[in-house]
Design a protein. Structure first.
Length: 259
């Protein structure tokens, strides 16, 4: 089966681009399941019910998130109601939402786990490696032959370490958060598909989706500035994992870059 993972969708431009291109791309690549990181899908940042629904309407099956998941208060109640949106599992247990979900495809059940890194992004959260072990031991995931992990993290070394840590235990580990598509997609020795970051879906000529001149000014002056999304043409980044349904292992990987 082919599973498509889509990099951080940024604002209305990213949502619009996805709606225009995703349905045909799924047909072209015979995609059985689509997972997208939507934590920046609302303009500004965060995710709202409207931006989440836009992703679902485009053909996304499950939405993962990250450090901006709680930025918009209107999504909080929906995180408890909608099983197809997950937040990082290493947030405190009482927080809105859940750190994993199971997508029932009939012939097979697919587990989707969301984790957040600790280096340079969320050091006050539960250790991501310990959280990964605890989450994978959840009874609901016991009969899932295919398990995907979105590791929303800053440090490439931490992401790479998580890939090897989970090698042979899950079907694929894909990194999000840095909005840069990396060129290291592969099947690790134990059969787990891996890529450090699946990039971004949004304005191509930008800094993480934001107008470059605004970000440059902040770096040069250290003065605060209101972020505005770039109005340049968009792209869609991601990675396709071809997974053997019998073993749960990754057979092949393919980076995605559509303009």
């Amino acid at each position: 089966m082919n599973i498509l993972t889509i990099g951080d969708v940024v604002g209305a431009p990213g949502c619009d681009f996805l709606r225009k291109h995703l349905p045909a791309f799924k047909r072209l690549k015979n995609i059985a399941l689509c997972v997208a990181n939507g934590e920046n899908s609302a303009n500004g940042n965060g995710v709202t019910p409207a931006s989440a629904q836009s992703l679902f309407d485009s053909g996304v099956d499950v939405i993962t998130t990250g450090n901006h998941v709680y930025s918009r208060s209107e999504i909080h109640a929906f995180l408890d109601e909608w099983s197809d949106i997950v937040r990082p599992a290493n947030y405190p247990a009482g927080n809105p939402g859940k750190g994993f979900t199971v997508f029932d495809m009939g012939r097979i059940r697919v587990g989707i786990v969301n984790l957040m890194g600790n280096s340079f992004i969320s050091e006050n959260l539960e250790n991501a490696f310990i959280c990964a072990e605890r989450t994978l031991a959840e009874p609901e995931l016991a009969d899932c032959r295919v398990i995907l992990v979105d590791f929303h993290a800053e440090a490439t070394g931490e992401k790479r370490a998580m890939g090897f840590f989970l090698d042979g235990k899950v079907s694929a580990v894909f990194g999000t958060h840095t909005h840069i598509l990396t060129a290291d997609d592969q099947a690790l020795p134990g059969g787990t598909g891996y890529i450090t970051d699946i990039g971004m879906t949004g304005p191509k000529q930008s800094v993480l989706g934001v107008k470059s001149e605004i970000v440059i000014s902040r770096f040069r002056t250290s003065m605060p500035a209101r972020f505005e999304l770039s109005d340049s043409e968009c792209m869609m980044n991601g990675c396709i994992f071809e997974i053997d349904e019998k073993t749960g292992g990754t057979v092949s990987t393919e980076r995605v870059w559509i303009e």
